[in-house]
Design a protein around this ligand. Sequence first.
Ligand code: ATR
Length: 277
Amino acid sequence: MSETKIPLAGVIGNPISHSRSPLIHGHWLKKYGIKGFYVPMHVEHDDLETVLRSLPKLGFRGINVTIPHKVSVLGIADIVTDRATLIGAANTLTFTAEGKIHADNTDGYGFIASLKQGAPSWDPKSGPALVFGAGGASRAVICSLLDAGVPEIILTNRTRHNADMLKSEFGARVRVVEWVQAGNVVEDAGTIVNTTSLGMSGKTEFRVPLDGLRSDTVVTDIVYEPLETTLLKTAKEAGCVTVDGLGMLLHQAAPGFERWFGKMPEVDDETRRVALS
Ligand code: ATR
């Protein structure tokens, strides 16, 4: 006798206990009355392929992927979306009915959706976007900003070489500026994004001088602990619209939930409260 399968999804990483994804998806499952489960799974690098090939057989519809597996899964997936290829990492896997692994990256989508929700008047075409940082998060942010139509990305990073690498991949609309010169281009930016870990609780403070900041510049940070970073506080004091980093985390989760559980979830204040609990 065949039974109705309970939809399963989850997140793999190492470490994984700190992940907020189970809270977020668990909240949505309850809110929409879906009889499914979302579980955190600790996976070692050497077990990655075996685990990925087994999950569809166990009834998993897909999973989120976090550190340190976001790059490695690209080499295992059967289908990789263009944006995951461009970003060079995947955070959302969906298993097809035949058990094939489809890899996507929703970080850039989450970043833009959060910006649009937090700053409804944000116009990507209003001017260059100044992006701090050239790591994994920066790749997703740059990719989505270019896609959204920003005329230019002014990219700055402590290690110049890493920024130059991104420029060579993303092309002519990216201009690299020395980290120590970044304060001089703040006034040119219509959008400012911090993608570094600077300003995160327990890490080094964000200390780029922001004297030239215009009040019509939209400023956002991917750091969400604390929610109001020094960058965002300074920007608020200068009259800027600011968007905190929690929105990106929540919005990047939504497309996966829709694919696995069949409902596009709403990212509202309650979702924010749950993720912070
Ligand atoms: P993620 O994948 O979250 O983006 P990452 O790939 O480790 O993380 O990237 C971290 C980013 O924060 C990098 O741009 C890093 O700069 P470097 O390329 O010079 O390492 C930046 N970063 C981390 N600590 C920093 C610090 N103390 N000062 C300036 N930039 C820092």
